[in-house]
Design a protein around this ligand. Sequence first.
Ligand code: HEM
Length: 127
Amino acid sequence: MASGENPTLYRRMGGYDVIAGVIDDFLGRFRSDPKFARFGMGRSLDSIQRARQLIVDQMCALAGGPCLYAGRDMKTSHAGLAITEAEWRANMEYAAAALDKFGIGAREKEEFLEIFRKYKNDIVEKP
Ligand code: HEM
């Protein structure tokens, strides 16, 4: 159950709106960093919004919320993007900053970042 003595990360973070807000803030940091411009080039607004929604769905589902992730696996969806270690580090910093902005507690912040970390080897291709 989502309530009781062991509430899910989803509940402890504050539910869907908070998770969606964290992801939007996180993606906003990406978009305003020129180092990440190559990832937004040539993509329609709809494609960008679709990817945003899939990330929200994925994090909502993995945090124990009532969402379904219907996207591709992380290796398939990032293969060929040549994502580097440095880009990964910036990605983690942006995620941490977004979580801080929403006042997410230390335990929840760590659990959220740990979900991201588990995908690192599927996402990063270059040293
Ligand atoms: C340096 C870090 C990252 C970069 C540069 C990046 C970049 C991208 C790009 C460009 C796409 C669109 C691919 C396409 O439309 O073909 C994408 C899709 C996606 N990314 Fe990332 N990503 C990063 C990290 C992450 C992380 C940490 C997560 C969450 C665990 C994530 C979740 C997703 C999801 C769910 C999609 C959509 C998958 C689908 O279309 O089925 N990404 N990413």
